[in-house]
Structures are given as C-alpha cells and as structure tokens.
Design a protein around this ligand. Sequence first.
Ligand code: HC1
Ligand code: SF4
Length: 573
Amino acid sequence: KVTLTIDNVKVEVPREYTILEAAREIGIDIPTLCYLKDINEIGACRMCLVEIEGARNLQASCVHPVSEGMVIKTNTKKVREARKSNLELILSNHNRDCLACFRNGNCELQTLAEDLNVKNVEFEGEMKEKTIDDLSHSIVRDPNKCILCGRCVAVCSKVQGIGVLSFTNRGIDTEVAPAFDKSMADAPCIYCGQCINVCPVAALREKTDIERVWDAIEDSNKHVLVQTAPAVRAALGEEFGLPIGTRVTGKMVSALKRLGFDKVFDTNFAADLTIMEEGHELLDRIQNGGKLPMITSCSPGWIRYCEFYYPELLENLSSCKSPHQMMGAILKSYYAEINNIDPKDIFVVSIMPCTSKKTESSREEMQVNGLKDVDAVLTTRELGKMIKEARIEFNKLEDGTFDEFFGDYSGAGVIFGATGGVMEAAIRTVADVLAGEDLEEIEYNNVRGIENIKEAEVKIGDKTIKVAVVHGTGAASKLLDLVKEGKADYHFIEVMGCSGGCVTGGGQPQVPAKVREEIDIRVERAKALYEEDKLMTVRKSHKNESIQKLYSEFLGKPNGHKAHELLHTHYHK
Ligand code: HC1
Ligand code: SF4
C-alpha cells in the first residue's frame, strides 16, 4: 500500500491504483470522458488533469499511478481552467445541435459542460461536415458528434473481441469507423450495440423506427400488435428516473395500451414456446446422434458472430428462430386465423433490449409466405422516447396486464433476459420430460450469475446432461474454440452476444460510465427478472396452458411439420 494526500486528505491505497481511483475512494470526483475502468484507460480526453506537487505539467490522473508521499491537488484555478479549455476544444469540433439530438438530456458531454460551467466555446474553428452512416438496419454512426474518446473502439475489441471500429484517417479528418471507410452495413459488425451503450454522446445510436411505428398505429387499416422482450421490464423505468433494477412490467403494459397498440403481448410467451421447440430439438439430437453440443440461437448478435467468426459451428446452432420472431410468425398465422384477420393487415412490433434484433427481423429467412414475422423493432430507449412524446406520466401509471393467451407466460420465460436464463428454462423442461414427472427442483443456481463461463451437470435417472453458459462474444470465444477443437463434451451451450445477457443489450437505457463503475447493472437488472419468476405460479414453459393449447389446436407436436415451417430457420456462412 502507499499513502498519498489528495486535496489535503490523506489516503492509503493499493500500489497499483491510479490517482483517479485513489481520489474516487475518498469521494473526490475527478471528471472523465474517455475513461472506462479496465477497458479504456488512455488519458485521451484530458478532463481528468490534476496538479502533482513537484511536477511541471498537469497530469492525466486516469493513467498516472500513485506513489508514496504524493501530494495532489484536483481543484485549483490552474486545473479548472485547463479542464475547461480542453472541454471547449472538444466542443468546438462537435456538432452542438443539442436540442435536436438523440441524447439531449442524457449526454455525458452535455452534463460535463454544465458541471464545469462552460459558457463560451472560444475555439470556433472550422468544423468539417462529415457523412453520417445510416445504411445498416441497426446502427447509425454520426462522426459529427464523435469526440474520439475511443470507448467504443475499446469495448468492441476488448470486451466483444471483434474490433470492427478503429481510428481512421489523420489530423482533423480522424474518425472512428470500420476499416477502409466501410459502412456499418458492410462491416463484420454483429450489431450488438455495446459500442452505443458506452458512447458518451450520440455518435453511435440505433437506427430509429419510431416514426414507422407511429404511422402504423395511426393507420386504421392496420391491426398493430406489440410484444415486449423479457429484459425490457427490468430497465425501462430508468428512462423515467427509477433506480436501476426496478421492475416495471405493469406500468410498461399500461403505457403500451395508452400508446394505442391494439393488443399488448409478451415475448415471454414465445420464450416458453422456444423452450418447447429447443428442448425437444436437444432431446432429439441426444437420442438420435445429432450434432452436439447444441447451441442456443436466440441472440442475433451471437448468430452474426457465429456466421462471421465461427462458421464451423453453424451446425451446432439450434434451428429455432428467436422467441420474438416465433411470436411474429404465430401472430400472423394462428392469431390471424382465430381472429379472422388478413395477416397482411397485421403489423407486429417488438420492443427489444437489443439493436441486433432490428437486423435480425429483416433477414430473408424471418418471414412466412412472403410476410415478415416482425415489422418493426424498437429498443427500450425508443419506447421510452415514444412514451415521453405521448406525454404519458409513466411513474403515475397503474399496473396493467398483458392481453390474454399470447400474453401468458411462465417464470421460465421471464428469466430468458438474464445470462443463464435460457439454459435454466430449458433444464426445467428437459429434466421433467426425461424424468417423466413434475420435478420439484426449479432453481438451477449454477447457471446464474455473471461469471464468464458457467457450467452445470444435471442428473436425471441414469442420464447426465452437461451444459455451459457464456455471454459477451469476447468471453465466449474461449469456450467456442474448445468446441471447435472438439475438446468440449457439453450437450447444450447457451451463448448470448452481450455480457450479462439481454438485460445489458445494446438497446437498453444508457448508464453513465461512472455509475456503471459503482453498480453492476447486469446484476441489478437480472434481479428484477428472477424476482418476477419467483412471483409466478407457473414456472416451467411446458406447464404454460396457453402453450399447451397452441400445440393441441394448431401446431401439433413440438418440432413437428407445422412448427418447422413457422418457427425454425437456417444460417449462412
Ligand atoms: Fe432477449 Fe429473447 S431473451 S433474445 O435476450 O430469447 O433481445 O430480453 O427478447 O427473442 O424471449 C433480447 C431479452 C428477447 C428473444 C426472448
Ligand atoms: Fe462492435 Fe458490436 Fe458496436 Fe458492431 S455493434 S461496432 S460489433 S460493439
């Protein structure tokens, strides 16, 4: 340990600490813009400058290590002025059309300009207008907003293990972009949106579908159905100032009804359906010598990652469409049939914590009889914007309930949104099927939590099923390499593209870097889902009576002919 003095306060910290970490330990908040703990520690934005006694120049505290006896000042005139003029310099080269910006009111740069009392941007230099890339279905890159902090570059390469984004060109032309000036539409990007979640400004954001959805609601010829992903309820409240991890299922449903959707359904219903299909697919592969390990296919970021980076594992992927796509296919077939509505008039909207789902829903395979399963995907953030635009006072809403049948779900469906949830839901069903009885064991704690790789062995009679769970493509790659080399003897693996699973998907409310450091949002949001699971009387997918009825009246048996036609898909090398 070393002892140092910061703003006249003595503090003892581990030797490997930086000055920034030491200061935060005693509640001194040194401002940062580029800093992401353990991920982006590059001292680029020069916001965290401090005075070190005996040093000639101000130093970037996020990269400067502590040493014994150091004396630091974080709040002198010199420090304040240097930070301010560095911020003004950043602002001078930033599109400052804040009022019409996607991040207005939720921008780390805007907040810092306010906090540091910036009143005039003196360096009114030439600002070159750069081209906005909005060609992909998922992600818009606006270089005019980019402050070159490098957070997205670091997350894409270090956390996701992908490296699509890098600094291109030089000097005033420097941009953060895919190599060779490719559009995000043509780059090997998986659209996970993790770069958006760490962007302090609006340089990276989702491609918005809000207007298309308003138009559909307005159109009296359209029957507009909405479904909500499991993870949305665990985070939507943050858009309205509620604490991270607040579960807002009932308010969310009420808000959707007020927005004017004809019916409000739950993707959890389709998560239960997925378990029926995927569970039986697994049993079939085990019993009939199919390709093992089978790997989950609900995370479209993971699917793209597999297609680009592990094409040799495509046969391992379950052929199941993801739950919200299954829901779309069922709504445009069974629902249309029983309600006597022409499927062409049905418009299905998915509210998802995910940016990759936007691209997924536009894949050619994701349609039946020439009709898209899902017509528009909105992120949790976009839903938040619509609710605000409609002037609905979210926090005052009474709890509403999902519309019947396609809004009925089990606890297994809810936990899909957290890493390990799909696996736990699958085990709840597969174990019962193998045992031929209603087993008492429901909670499988080995697959819960945020460790990078989780494993479990489930013994049923004389059979043992070996499973693993990974999340975040970077961390997943270690296990995937083992599978590729034939060194992993699992039966079933859950892979989610984002660390933490859907609760921390690229479409969820953005949380400032400093808060992310203090709170593990993966843990807090997951708690909300496990809490909802506990409240359910039905906690296993195959016990969902509406699902049973869907099979008896329409689909036939799991993995049967009709199910295959509507609910399964294939992949591309
Ligand atoms: Fe997910 Fe899924 S759990 S992929 O993480 O399988 O996005 O929440 O909707 O489709 O159900 C996301 C979440 C979501 C699907 C389900
Ligand atoms: Fe990288 Fe994911 Fe962002 Fe694409 S969406 S640039 S893969 S972090």
